[in-house]
Design a binder for this molecule. Structure first.
Ligand SMILES: NC(=O)c1ccc[n+]([C@@H]2O[C@H](COP(=O)([O-])OP(=O)(O)OC[C@H]3O[C@@H](n4cnc5c(N)ncnc54)[C@H](OP(=O)(O)O)[C@@H]3O)[C@@H](O)[C@H]2O)c1
Length: 372
């Protein structure tokens, strides 16, 4: 049953500034920025209302906006986009146990009404306490990308990576890849990654020594994918895991050259980098997964093929915070902070366009309010 807690909601306006999606297409055609969007003040017992300080964009946001996933993401318009969020709780439903008003939180709102707004409402399970060593903008850079890599490397593969594992990460400069490199290094793995020359500095900025020749535990081995095919470069080197944050059939083809017998290939993109979800695409993905699973059982090398989709879980966010973020082992890298208070709707368009370009060097942030 929805409720309005009149005590704690005092001071919350009835309308807010928010992005609104009015159909499927290019950001400039379907997104507006309005000042008169009702604040979602009615909360069910498990929901919380957050004053959003910062949000971040992920490729799924422009894929959803384009309509690439409209078969599985049906919502009514106008819809507030955005998933990653960091902010302060301003109201809680009567059954909320884990939080109270004033808590600073971060989270991933999933496909519900989103974070590109001054206030966001969602179930408490979408949130965890924000890492205390990060600003709101840094915290908003974490949830979706970091949790995807956390789950891929620690919960979706068996055995999970650990001390001494040999791990190849396809796309070390992608947001997911940057977190994967750090998580893998944090547990003592040998890490090799593919990355263009212009982005080598990102890994150095994180404090790693880099080498273009070998993988050892004190450095990150980088292969410039514009110059070399990692399959040829690392042929026969018996990697335990290839984690693919780039997509395309070639990653799987090359991975088979480098994985050990029973090695694991886990991809978060699959063969289709645009992630268009259609009945035909689902059938094609299904048949290629079945085919690869068949060969993982009956082929001589038993390479396991796993397609991973993030399932948000606040316990992962808690674990990431205490074990990796607050200990300084995992840090966000931010490319640009956009601010609609300065640049209006253009900041939203630039946010989407830069993400869609596939050239971001770290996370793209939307700043919504100053920290108190
Ligand atoms: N399944 C899931 O649950 C899930 C979750 C999160 C993300 N994803 C997907 O994972 C992919 C990556 O997302 P993201 O946010 O991490 O990406 P991102 O940050 O937007 O990636 C941008 C980076 O990718 C690099 N790049 C482009 N092509 C490359 C290639 N062939 N090899 C290596 N690096 C390349 C670019 O640099 P250069 O061009 O200079 O190399 C740029 O630095 C997206 O397709 C996204 O939809 C899936």
């Amino acid at each position: 049953m929805a409720e309005v807690n009149s005590n704690s909601t005092s001071g919350i306006p009835s309308v807010m500034k928010a992005a609104q999606q009015n159909g499927y297409g290019d950001a400039r055609n379907v997104l507006t920025l309005r000042d008169d969007v009702p604040v979602p003040r009615e909360l069910s017992s498990k929901q919380i209302l957050v004053r959003v300080h910062a949000a971040s964009i992920n490729p799924v946001d422009w894929k959803v906006l384009n309509g690439n996933m409209s078969l599985i993401t049906r919502f009514s318009f106008p819809h507030i986009p955005g998933k990653d969020v960091a902010g302060v709780i301003v109201d809680v439903g009567s059954g909320v146990k884990r939080f109270q008003v004033g808590d600073k939180v971060y989270g991933n709102l999933g496909m519900s009404d989103g974070s590109f707004a001054e206030y966001a409402r969602a179930d408490e399970s979408a949130f965890a306490i924000k890492p205390n060593n990060l600003t709101m903008e840094e915290a908003a850079a974490i949830p979706l990308a970091c949790e995807t890599s956390y789950q891929a490397l620690f919960t979706k593969i068996s055995p999970p990576i650990g001390e001494g594992s040999k791990v190849l990460i396809c796309g070390g400069s992608t947001a997911t890849g940057l977190y994967a490199v750090q998580l893998a290094k944090a547990v003592g793995a040998y890490v090799t990654t593919t990355c263009s020359q212009r982005n080598f500095g990102l890994l150095e900025k994180l404090g790693y020594k880099t080498s273009q020749t070998t993988a050892d535990q004190n450095q990150v081995h980088i292969i410039d994918y514009n110059e070399k095919d990692f399959g040829k470069e690392l042929k026969g080197q018996n990697y335990d895991v290839v984690y693919d944050c780039v997509g395309g059939q070639q990653q799987w083809t090359s991975a088979q050259e480098v994985l050990k017998r029973n090695g694991q290939f886990i991809t978060i993109v699959g063969d289709d980098t645009k992630s268009v979800v259609s009945v035909k695409a689902i059938a094609s993905v299904g048949s290629s997964i079945v085919n690869r699973k068949f060969w993982s059982v009956f082929g001589s090398l038993h390479h396991n093929y796993i397609m991973h989709f993030l399932i948000p879980n606040f316990q992962n966010l808690n674990d990431m915070r205490t074990k990796y973020i607050e200990t300084g082992k995992v840090k966000p890298i931010i490319d640009t902070v956009f601010d609609w208070r300065k640049d209006g709707v253009e900041s939203l368009y630039s946010l989407y366009e830069k993400s869609k370009s596939g050239k971001a060097q770290g996370k793209l942030i939307l700043k919504i309010a100053d920290e108190e």
